[in-house]
Design a protein around this ligand. Sequence first.
Ligand SMILES: [Fe+2]
Ligand SMILES: [Fe+2]
Length: 257
Amino acid sequence: MRCSILVENHALPGLTAEHGLSLLIEQNGEAILFDTGAGKALKENCKLMNMNDLPDHVFLSHGHNDHTGGIGLLAGKTVFAAEGIGKKRFSCHPGKPVRDLSMPENTLTFVRISAPAEILPGMYATGPIPRLSGEDCGGPFFLDPEKKTPDTIADEQALLLKEGVLIQGCCHAGIINTLEHCRKYLPDIKIHTIIGGLHLLLADEKRLKQTADYLRKSAVKRLYLLHCTGENAVAYLQAALPACAILTPVAVETITL
Ligand SMILES: [Fe+2]
Ligand SMILES: [Fe+2]
């Protein structure tokens, strides 16, 4: 399994960084693009990496535009996404201007994922993830700029590889909910590695402890923490999980397992 980080909040010198995420996942001769970043860096970094073509298959983790901003590059591709990905959505941080986080308008036809499904040999879309763990998965996210209807980001899903690797976009559903969902539907896959954002930027001590306690008892042994995990959360997990390898690669590093 190879995971090349095409877009991330940080990049090696000479590459473009942006707040967003895009990964190229390769496994047993299959390739899939996981998210597209915010739109600028994917094009630039692919050029710098001499990557002339994106794979034929694309997986979108959720509708936020730091993951879907590059969908203009996806004409003719098979794009897997969950219902609701195209909803209008906003972030309304107290004291900050309201930001539109919606996926860009487009004419793509999506392959809709509503339940766990094998989308390529050995690659599984989790489908939408129920929020059952009690993790505090809220945030300043709304379906309207007037902050009337909270956005639970119910269209979010993760990508699970047969070899035991879980790929996350932002993990708004919470990593405990996500791992429990995988365990329920795909119990034969023992997840040992997580790659992606865990959206713990604003997590309080209680949430961080809950996350670390769960991971400590799990089979997860490697965490490649990207994008929206948050520096405090990375430091907390590194201290709380000494038996885990916890790394923070950047664009355009490649993880090979
Ligand atoms: Fe994100
Ligand atoms: Fe997000």
